[in-house]
Ligand binder design. Structure first.
Ligand code: FES
Length: 168
């Protein structure tokens, strides 16, 4: 039951409504901000497989790779991937140097990757062993390979770009 004492003094009704509206807008803004932050955090935690659609990109038959060889392929986004055969195992790395982004090259005679920009050297497993990348404890980024040993085929797992060029 309301009395005259419960009603706001004349002229302060608008202030009360404005205060409530400002509070609601601030609450909505905070909710949107924290919601976005929570989404980004969960996206970071979720395995890559759950984030976007992936496909297997045919790389080639296993016997196309000589032991110890490295071949360069392109993923669906045009990134160079270096695929190395090590016995019956395969490894794949991004060709982008983690130091400042130059392209590394495979040096077959030395069994190492070399970055010509600042003379960075990486071992066959992609770990930096000399130059600025080694000083920073860096390594070449791994690329996900799938080897179908039953059928003798090597695939690269790639994210499928959506129509806007992002993730599916
Ligand atoms: S960019 Fe490769 S060593 Fe600097």
């Amino acid at each position: 039951m309301s009395t005259e004492h419960d009603a706001p003094p004349p002229g302060e009704e608008g202030v009360t409504r404005r205060t409530w509206l400002a509070g609601a807008l601030m609450g909505a803004g905070l909710l949107a901000s924290y919601g976005t932050l929570a989404f980004q955090f969960l996206s970071f935690l979720l395995p890559k497989r759950l984030k976007g659609e992936t496909r297997l990109l045919f790389v080639g038959p296993v016997d196309r790779f000589a032991l110890g060889s490295v071949q360069t392929i392109m993923d669906l986004k045009g990134n160079e991937i270096l695929v190395r055969r090590n016995g019956s195992d395969f490894q794949a790395f991004s060709s982008v140097c983690p130091h400042l982004g130059c392209r590394v090259q495979w040096m077959p005679g030395e069994g190492r990757f070399f970055c010509p920009c600042h003379r960075g050297v990486f071992d066959a497993d992609g770990k930096a062993i000399s130059g600025p990348p080694a000083d920073a404890g860096q390594r070449l980024a791994d690329a996900p390979l799938v080897v179908d040993k039953d059928n003798g085929v090597v695939y690269l797992e790639v994210e499928v770009p959506n129509r806007k060029g992002g993730r599916a």
